[in-house]
Design a protein around this ligand. Structure first.
Ligand code: SF4
Length: 330
């Protein structure tokens, strides 16, 4: 039997983006405007663009309240109530009402959306009451959009992108973006520069570069390799974007444990480190380069180059790893 309570509210779960986040599943699985090739929920059989009512807003509030009370009883703090359903949250026509009534719980509200309906005025209004909105921007090129996100046939990329721009100018909360890099599709210099130029114009608080880390809807959707992830990082950075990786490790570059090896892995899972940065770190930690050699040997760290300079980043995890030379490796 399906437990409805678990379906609507879950967690809190730790999230690097949002701290302790209590998830809200306001869409029955899996109803979406997209059918992304990397979706961990499989292909979308129920693709829609028309907003509709799925649950009563009061029912959502009730389920969330139960989880909030449980978490508080255990002494856990909740940083965000996050709409992160098994589908696209803005398809829910009650989203605005739900955000408003959940605000009475006095916890910040986040919505993780694929941004495909942001050109609609009602969606913009609904999201305007959230404290944080995360927007998916995998590409700004129509051909790749069709390849990666496989949008509903009634969607149009120019409309979607201008909706994103309009929303970013009006929104008063925290805006973040997430870009999923897929090998041989959106991981080349030209594409990354176009994405970064577009994101720069949105002035997000933070931009995340991610890769598929769970089995994707399509087996052939493999993650970009370390070389291209590092290149993407620098292309974003050169435009003044505050960028971090989300590559499967919830590393925290700002929480030092005092263990040099752990701290290096933590930092390099969030952003690459330059050789000089590593040397500074090692001298502060009273450690030497042997640590780096060992981490490389143990397949935990990888050396990559960008514009003639050496950088070190966390080796990509898991089954879908492809190395910097494009060779598949487990
Ligand atoms: S937008 Fe999200 S839920 Fe929809 S298909 Fe893409 S990854 Fe899956």
């Amino acid at each position: 039997m399906v437990n409805e309570e678990k379906l609507i509210a879950f967690g809190p779960v730790p999230s690097r983006r949002l701290g302790q986040s209590l998830g809200i599943n306001n869409i029955p699985p899996k109803i979406c405007t997209y059918s992304c090739i990397y979706c961990q929920l499989g292909r979308t059989n129920n693709q829609k663009v028309q907003r509709e009512s799925f649950y009563e807003p009061q029912e959502i509030k009730h389920e969330v309240e139960i989880k909030v009370k449980e978490a508080r009883r255990r002494g856990e703090t909740i940083g965000y109530l996050t709409f992160v359903p098994d589908g696209e949250p803005t398809l829910d026509i009650n989203l605005g009402k739900e955000i408003k009534i959940l605000k009475t719980l006095d916890i910040r509200i986040a919505v993780i959306t694929n941004a495909s309906l942001l050109w609609k005025k009602d969606v913009q209004n609904d999201l305007s009451n959230a404290d944080c909105v995360s927007l998916k921007i995998d590409t700004v090129n129509g051909e790749n959009w069709n390849k990666i996100n496989r949008p509903h046939r009634l969607l149009n990329i120019s409309k979607v992108l201008s909706g994103l721009t309009k929303f970013s100018h009006d929104f008063r909360g925290e805006l973040i973006t997430e870009t999923m890099l897929i090998k041989n599709i959106n991981d080349n210099t030209q594409e990354l520069e176009m994405i970064a130029d577009f994101i720069e114009g949105l002035i997000p608080k933070k931009s995340y570069i991610s890769i598929p880390i769970r089995p994707p809807a399509e087996k052939w959707a493999t993650p970009a390799d370390e070389f291209d992830i590092n290149m993407a990082y620098h292309i974003f950075k050169e435009r003044g974007i505050d960028v971090e990786y989300l590559i499967g490790y919830e590393g925290n570059a700002f929480a030092y444990t005092g263990n040099a090896e752990e701290d290096l892995l933590s930092i390099t899972s969030v952003h690459p480190m330059r050789e000089e940065g590593i040397n500074n770190f090692l001298s502060k930690a009273k450690a030497n380069w042997n640590i780096i050699d060992k981490l490389i040997e143990d397949n935990k760290l990888v050396e990559v180059e960008y514009k003639g300079k050496k950088f070190y980043m966390r080796k990509l995890p898991g089954k879908y790893h492809v190395n910097a030379r494009g060779e598949s490796k487990k």
